[in-house]
Design a protein around this ligand. Structure first.
Ligand SMILES: [Zn+2]
Length: 434
């Protein structure tokens, strides 16, 4: 079994499910979607914008239709694209997004283009004028919560999906969207992909491509022949099947032939470079890239990163531009756990947040159990008390999307109906008549 060549017994590595350089070693997650990240961003958002009156004015009007001319999108079948939108001096990008009749979900993606920069959703207004979300108002409990508050790193696009819980319905009509870019010196691109569920007997299906960066200890051909690896893939397929989503194709490919440096990711720019290798094709499938070793900006070893929750949807009209990235040298030795890691990352990409996050916050889905913070049994070196899966065995400790993987033989593969619905409405999922 080549997959666990190094460090699988190391608790610190084995506990890590992602990358959050702010989190204490051994407990970090983040796939770029932690509330901690968001909280930092609130700070940067207020700080970077200079707190001048102009900023307040520019970012206070959420309706987006008060006289200034808004960019016109190119409109395709089930998608829109706003090209080269100039942010305001304060970094505001204001758009009217026309949702076609019949659409059940949308994913909006803001691309930083060539300039590394922090991107976020500031406010969202429904066609009937209701303010659904406002990042600047921490007091109000808004009906909408984006799963990712900002891009997973400054080099990657930022995406948000609507809805993020099954109780919300996408309305047809014009949504007012206010986005923020922390460096307004170059234009941004924005696109929106819609999903319309066909009804009838159609069932949700998902295609996955597993890529192996050149220089890793396993390539596509070896993975296809490796019994353990195949069992892990089957495990992932089974977890999605339990949520009603059929993974109907799993393909294998080698990435970046001749460039063995891709096998080691050191920091955000490396990660973006790796993902950029995927550009050029637009098949509607979820991409997973295996590298050998991955570190965050702080030099900590991490297991996984995703291009956000959700990631930018692969779509026939857009070049592929996102992936879940997994480091082979940190994969758990248990085949069953490996399948859970694959499924966990794929579920992030389709838009699921952690049911319970390290900071005690919870996802926007109503039917996922919420583990009370006072059950926390582990004390970090910082003194902070955090939940481990076993603390939450009566709650969401067994859920696939608990923030932290279990130790020992505990499973973590349950998904609620609400989680299944949110994944199935993601525009990357194909609804097909059986
Ligand atoms: Zn995660």
């Amino acid at each position: 079994m080549v997959l666990c060549a190094l460090a699988c017994g190391d608790d610190q590595v084995a506990d890590m499910d992602g990358d959050d350089s702010d989190a204490p070693a051994g407990s970090g997650d983040g796939d770029g979607d932690t509330r901690d990240d968001g909280a930092d961003d609130v700070f940067r958002f207020a700080g970077d914008s200079g707190a001048g009156e102009g900023t307040d004015a520019a970012l206070t009007d959420d309706t987006g239709s008060s006289g200034t001319e808004l960019p016109e999108p190119v409109v395709g079948d089930g998608w829109l694209r706003f090209q080269e939108v100039e942010p305001s001096e304060e970094g505001a990008v204001r758009l009217d997004v026309d949702v076609p009749a019949g659409a059940d979900s949308m994913v909006l993606t803001l691309d930083p283009r060539t300039l590394p920069r922090s991107l976020a959703l500031v406010a969202l207004t429904a066609p009937d004028g209701e303010l659904l979300y406002d990042f600047r108002d921490e007091e109000t409990e808004f009906p909408y919560q984006p799963t990712s508050l900002r891009n997973a790193n400054d080099h990657l696009p930022y995406s948000f999906m609507f809805p993020t819980n099954p109780q919300m319905r996408l309305q047809s009509g014009t949504y007012g969207v206010l986005l923020f870019v922390d460096d307004p010196s170059e234009p941004v691109d924005v696109d929106v992909v819609f999903q319309q569920l066909p009804g009838g007997d159609a069932e949700p299906r998902l295609g996955i491509v597993l890529w192996f960066a050149d220089g890793t200890t396993m390539d596509a051909a070896q993975a296809r022949d490796d019994v353990d690896f195949q069992d892990a893939v089957d495990g992932m397929v089974g977890i999605f099947r339990s949520a009603g989503i059929r993974i109907d194709e799993v393909e294998y490919g080698n990435l970046g032939a001749g460039d063995e440096t891709l096998a080691t990711v050191e920091g955000d720019a490396d990660l973006a470079e790796l993902i950029a290798e995927l550009r050029g094709d637009s098949a509607q499938v979820l991409h997973v890239i295996f590298v050998e070793h991955m570190e965050n900006e702080a030099g900590n070893t991490i297991r996984t990163r995703t291009s956000g929750a959700p990631g930018p949807p692969a779509h026939p009209s857009f070049a592929r531009r996102g992936a879940a990235v997994i480091a082979l040298d940190t994969l758990p030795s248990s085949i069953r756990r490996m399948g859970e890691v694959l499924a966990h990352e794929a579920a992030h990409y389709l838009g699921l947040a952690h049911t319970t996050e390290i900071d005690g916050s919870h996802d926007p889905i109503v039917d996922t159990a919420e583990c009370p913070a006072d059950l926390a049994s582990e004390t970090l070196p910082s003194g902070e008390e955090v939940l481990v899966p076993a603390d939450c065995s009566d709650h969401d400790g067994y859920n696939l999307m608990f923030y932290r993987p279990p130790l020992g033989s505990m499973d973590q593969r349950e998904l609620t109906n609400g989680q299944a619905v949110i994944m199935a409405v993601n525009p990357m999922v194909r609804w097909v008549e059986p």
